[in-house]
Structure formats: structure tokens, C-alpha cells
Design a binder for this molecule. Structure first.
Ligand code: NAP
Length: 362
């Protein structure tokens, strides 16, 4: 039995923040008790602040309408109001880093969508189906930093989610994907709201997303890394080359991926069986936000497609297709996931559920 936890959202007015509010309505373990955003939004009721910029297709949930928005920069505003904080503020790296540390030092468990702490060695970057064991680093984090209840865990960059679990399923079966070349086709919602100007985006593709290629190449190494002496040591054998593109799709990041293996190469049929049969800790624990099938393989030659496939299993599944031989590498495939759900708020909620289940949030 998991005791009900009080939850706050930093950046509650943004694209990711609104998704948290939508996804946490009726959550069996978490209740939203605190919302915060920039100083411009602070001091007014949430329904008032969000009136002309609520982007979700369901109404603003009743329990949060009258919550008075706090200033996310003021840690004291959250004191006594919640135990767990989802952080989705759009701040520069230094400011976000300092703010998340200040919240953790004040006793909050912080689960962040910001990139500030993703490469911090004692901060776990969790995809619950892949590296749930990395949560063990939090005990070291608390000891080294003198925090008792507070801690920081982070969600990875959204774009990598489309191929991480398929790669992991191969690794779990004893294969060694070692060299990867990929191109992403990333939705506009990934840039927040209002995001990319429509005159740049309609009838167009932008072949550059600041910082995204570096994150796509580095973050998987940490997620596939190992825990050693209280820090996470990144995998040193995998090499990734990423091209990241912004495309005129509202939600759903696609990735076209070519993979070369060391040693044995998996067969096509075997891979599809592996992917369809893949289950992990969130499924075994039956966590509230866990997709039943973390990897959905589509046989149709023209899938996955963002509009048709992004919402599968409450938008928490990774949908793959077009697995075929690669003439330069060994195999290639297309992966897709819902970037603001699985890639942001939903993925972070699943991480927090795992942390709650393990007794990390107190
Ligand atoms: P967004 O739509 O631009 O929302 C930004 C949020 O940050 C708003 O709530 C805003 O509050 C708040 N904020 C802005 N300046 C602030 C300040 N000086 N102090 C405190 N709060 C401030 O951005 P988003 O897409 O939700 O992204 C939020 C974070 O999640 C970013 O770090 C982003 O990189 C990351 N992320 C986004 C996605 C995605 O798919 N969109 C995926 C993964 C990670 P006001 O409304 O009051 O200005």
C-alpha cells in the first residue's frame, strides 16, 4: 500500500506542466497540492492564469482551478504544501541546477524534466523500463550532499525515448548494439508554448534544435551506464551520431535508426518477438502509469505515424515498425513516442511512481 503523496508542479503553466495536471487528475497515489510558475504568473488562481493558454483537450481539473500559483524561484512557498515536486521550468541551466538543489536541500523529492542535472554523476536519469536500479544512487546522493528526505532524479531528453527501449530489449537478449546513426523528426510541442513561430514551421522542416544532438548522443550512455562507488559511470562502448529535425507535427517524436552490432546479429523475426514480449519492472510492479506493452511493433509498412500511433496505451508506449536490414549497418527501424507524455510528464510520473513504490519519497 503506497501512502498518498502531495505533489507540486514547478512550471505548471507550460506545455509539460499542463500535461502533468491532465495526467495527475484521478491519479491513485498522487494529489496535486501546489503549483508554481514564473513571477509573472504568481499570486493568482491557476484557472485565471491559464484561462487563455490551456492547451489540453480536457478542461482544467476542478481541484487545481483555485490553487494560487506560487513563484517557482521561492523554495519557501512550497514548504509544507507537498513532498514531491515535478520540475518543468524553462530556466537557463545554471538557474535550474541551483533551484533544484535548493528544493532538494529543503527536503523535497524533485523529479525534473530540465536538462540541468542530466549529466550530474550522482543524479539518476531514469527510464523505468531500463535502469530502475540507478535509483540506488539516491542513497549516495543524500549522504554526500547531507540531504535527509530531499533528492533529485531526472527524466532524459524526450527525443531519445523512441529508440532506447528497443535497444535495451536487444541488450537484454545478449546482443551488443554498438554504432548507431539516427535522424529524429521532432514535434513542435517539444519546444514548449508558444514554441516555434508558425511562419517558420508551416510548410517547412528545421534541421537544427539547439543542444539536441549532443543530448541525444550522450544521455543514452548514462542511462545504459552502471552504478559504481556512488556515481553512475556512462557506457563507453556505444557510439551514436544524431541528426535532429523539427517538423510540423503537433505531438510525437519519430526517429529513423540504423544499428550496427558487435558479435552476433539479431534476426528480424526474433527481434519483433523480443520487442513484443518485452516487459520490465514497471509492468511487474503494475505501476499506475506503466504501459502494458512498453514496445508496440506495427507490421504495416507505413507505420508508426505520429497522428495514428502516439496515443497507444495512454501515450506511454514506444511504437516501432519498419524493421529491416540495413545496407551499411546491420538493421534499421523507425520508432515513435508521444513527446510530452512518455517523453516528458508521463515518463516523469512513472519514475516518481517507481520512487514511491521503493519508499524513496518520504
Ligand atoms: P514552456 O511551455 O515554455 O513552459 C515553461 C514554464 O516555465 C512555464 O510554466 C513558465 O511560467 C515557467 N517559467 C518561465 N520562466 C520562468 C522563471 N524565470 N522562473 C520560474 N518559472 C519560469 O516549456 P515546456 O515545454 O513545458 O518545457 C519545460 C521544461 O521541460 C524545459 O526545461 C524543457 O526543456 C523540458 N522538456 C520539455 C519537453 C516537451 O516536450 N515540451 C520534453 C522534455 C523536456 P510562466 O507561464 O509563468 O511564464
Amino acid at each position: 500500500m503506497i501512502p498518498r503523496l502531495q505533489v507540486g508542479i514547478l512550471g505548471a503553466t507550460g506545455m509539460v506542466g499542463q500535461n502533468y495536471i491532465r495526467l495527475l487528475e484521478n491519479h491513485p497515489w498522487f494529489s496535486i497540492t501546489y503549483l508554481a510558475a514564473s513571477p509573472q504568473s504568481a499570486g493568482r488562481k491557476y484557472a485565471e492564469v491559464i484561462a487563455d493558454r490551456w492547451l489540453m483537450s480536457t478542461p482544467v481539473p476542478e481541484p487545481v482551478r483555485n490553487l494560487v500559483v506560487g513563484d517557482a524561484n521561492e523554495v519557501s512557498s512550497a514548504q509544507g504544501k507537498c513532498q514531491l515536486l515535478f520540475s518543468a521550468v524553462d530556466l537557463d541551466k545554471k538557474a535550474a541546477e541551483a533551484l533544484e538543489v535548493a528544493y532538494a536541500a529543503a527536503g523535497f523529492a524533485v523529479v525534473s524534466n530540465h536538462s540541468a542535472h542530466r549529466m550530474t554523476p550522482d543524479v539518476p536519469m531514469i527510464i523505468p523500463e531500463i535502469n530502475p536500479d540507478h535509483l540506488e544512487v539516491i542513497a549516495h546522493q543524500r549522504r554526500a550532499r547531507g540531504w535527509d528526505k530531499g533528492c533529485i532524479a531526472v527524466k532524459s531528453n524526450c527525443s531519445i525515448q523512441s529508440y532506447m527501449t528497443p535497444l535495451w530489449a536487444w541488450m537484454q537478449a545478449g546482443y551488443h548494439p554498438r554504432r548507431i546513426v539516427l535522424s529524429t523528426l521532432q514535434a513542435v510541442s517539444g519546444a514548449g508554448y508558444p514554441g516555434v513561430p508558425s511562419l517558420d514551421m508551416v510548410d517547412n522542416i528545421i534541421p537544427f534544435i539547439k543542444g539536441e544532438e549532443e543530448k541525444s548522443e550522450l544521455e543514452p550512455l548514462k542511462i545504459f551506464g552502471r552504478l559504481e562507488n556512488g556515481v553512475i559511470v556512462p557506457d563507453s562502448e556505444l557510439a551514436i551520431s544524431a541528426h535532429c529535425n523539427r517538423v510540423p507535427v503537433v505531438d510525437g517524436h519519430t526517429a529513423c535508426v540504423s544499428v550496427a552490432f558487435d558479435g552476433r546479429k539479431p534476426e528480424l523475426e526474433e527481434t519483433i518477438r523480443l520487442w513484443r514480449g518485452f516487459r520490465s519492472v514497471p509492468q511487474q510492479l503494475n505501476l499506475p502509469s506503466a504501459p502494458q506493452e512498453p514496445i508496440v511493433y506495427r507490421d504495416e509498412p507505413n507505420r508508426p505515424q505520429p497522428r495514428k500511433d502516439r496515443d497507444i496505451d495512454q501515450a506511454m508506449a514506444v511504437v516501432v515498425g519498419r524493421l529491416r536490414p540495413c545496407k551499411v549497418f546491420d538493421l534499421r527501424f523507425v520508432g515513435l513516442h508521444h513527446n510530452t507524455v512518455r517523453g516528458a510528464a508521463g515518463g516523469a510520473i512513472l519514475t516518481a511512481e517507481l520512487m514511491a513504490q521503493r519508499g524513496i519519497i518520504v
